[in-house]
Ligand binder design. Structure first.
Ligand code: SIN
Ligand code: CO
Length: 377
């Protein structure tokens, strides 16, 4: 798929009525959809060491989970089974293109594209996820059942790793054909059962835990906070009951904490958190040196790496760029190139030559090379 697939969806209406709230079936979400990966290719990927994959099968009412890498013998089973491969967009550019279907949602919310293959009757069981997902039907058909709204207290079957619901109340059922898409918001129970062999492309989103946001925010504040500040209680009334921590003392504590929280130390911790890569980027010094000289000598194009987590935010003094969990401030002149990269995933000649003429943009491209967000051709 070299040209961008069009998503047959009223985006405004979707965001106003469904996003994070209600499931939505989008029939023919992509006209004449040709899955960018066959089940055969998927099975091949799951043989690789660096690829994260799982097989789930149901045998006599118990659910079995096996982690990859797999070998061909693993694909011969006498009960229905499902192979799930994570972050396929990192390896297959045509699968990465599917992320563009969600380009009306901020890019930093998109996580990865997981692809599953199931034999007839195969399923990963009734469950709920904590994140939004677009389930795009690839080959074959899958029956999706939608159920109740769940929360962390919803009862699960006993299992060390799988989170299968012990109760599923079917509320809707949809049979998906190739190119149909089902949007499922976080917390909604869902259960997909293959009708014959089928593949499903799951465009998954990420949302930081409030826990993690809080801890990153506080860590960031603490880096800037004067360590020798102490609780202070001038103008207090005499203590009348020995040993008491008075309500007024606690009010002062909270007010002083609030004062510390209100110090404006910037918020780059957020972009750094949400651009943290799924897998660690291992850079090779020789490759980096080669890419740098190619870029300096006049490369044809720079392209966004499929695994790149790239975002930016405008600040009073420039553009703060987040690349795979790190951040750096650049002047406004980098913005055109940055947006082109985020939108089209490529900056080609002659735009690349003019980008390199701007010292700040040349510096940005070098930073993106080093952080593993782009590669040079
Ligand atoms: C699947 O593709 O079988 C499972 C996807 C999901 O339920 O999130
Ligand atoms: Co799910």
């Amino acid at each position: 798929m070299s040209t961008k697939a069009e998503l047959n969806l009223d985006r405004e209406q979707f965001l106003a009525r469904y996003w994070q709230r209600k499931p939505l079936l989008i029939r023919n979400a992509i006209e004449n959809f040709h899955p960018p990966l066959s089940s055969h290719q998927l099975a091949g990927l799951a043989l690789e060491d660096e690829v994260e994959s799982r097989i789930i099968e149901q045998r006599d009412n118990s659910w079995l989970l096996q982690h990859g890498p797999f070998c061909n013998a693993d694909y011969k089973r006498d009960v229905p089974w499902t192979l799930l491969v994570q972050a396929v967009d990192h390896y297959i550019p045509e699968v990465a293109e599917l992320r563009k279907l969600a380009d009306f949602i901020p890019q930093w919310r998109v996580d990865d594209v997981m692809v599953s293959y199931a034999t007839d009757g195969g399923s990963v069981g009734p469950h709920f996820d904590n994140y939004d997902v677009f389930l795009l039907q690839g080959e074959g058909q899958r029956l999706w059942k939608l159920g109740q709204f769940c929360d962390p207290d919803s009862a699960l079957l006993p299992h060390d790793e799988l989170r299968i619901l012990s109760l599923f109340e079917t509320q809707q059922e949809y049979l998906l054909n190739p190119g149909d898409m089902l949007y499922v918001p976080p917390g909604i129970a869902h259960w997909g059962i293959a009708q014959g062999e089928c593949t499903t492309f799951s465009i998954g989103f990420r949302a930081p835990r409030v826990n993690d946001m809080l801890s990153r925010f506080v860590d960031h504040l603490l880096e800037h906070l004067e360590p020798d500040q102490f609780y202070h209680d001038a103008l207090q009334t005499p203590a009348s009951r020995a040993g008491e921590i008075r309500p007024r003392d606690l009010e002062r504590v909270l007010a002083q904490i609030q004062g510390a929280l209100d110090q404006d130390e910037g918020n780059q911790w957020f972009g750094e958190l949400v651009t943290e890569p799924r897998y660690e980027h291992l850079s090779d010094d020789d490759d980096l040196a080669e890419a740098r000289s190619l870029l300096a000598e006049g490369a044809t194009s720079v392209k966004l790496s499929p695994q790149a987590k790239l975002a930016w935010q405008q600040e009073a003094d420039g553009i703060l760029v987040f690349a795979n969990g790190l951040s750096q401030l650049y002047p406004l002149s980098v913005l055109t190139t940055l947006i082109t990269l985020c939108e089209h995933w490529v900056v080609a000649a002659p735009a690349l030559a003019s980008a390199m003429d701007d010292p700040a943009t040349a510096e940005l491209l070098d930073y993106l090379l080093e952080s593993g967000c782009i590669y040079v051709e």
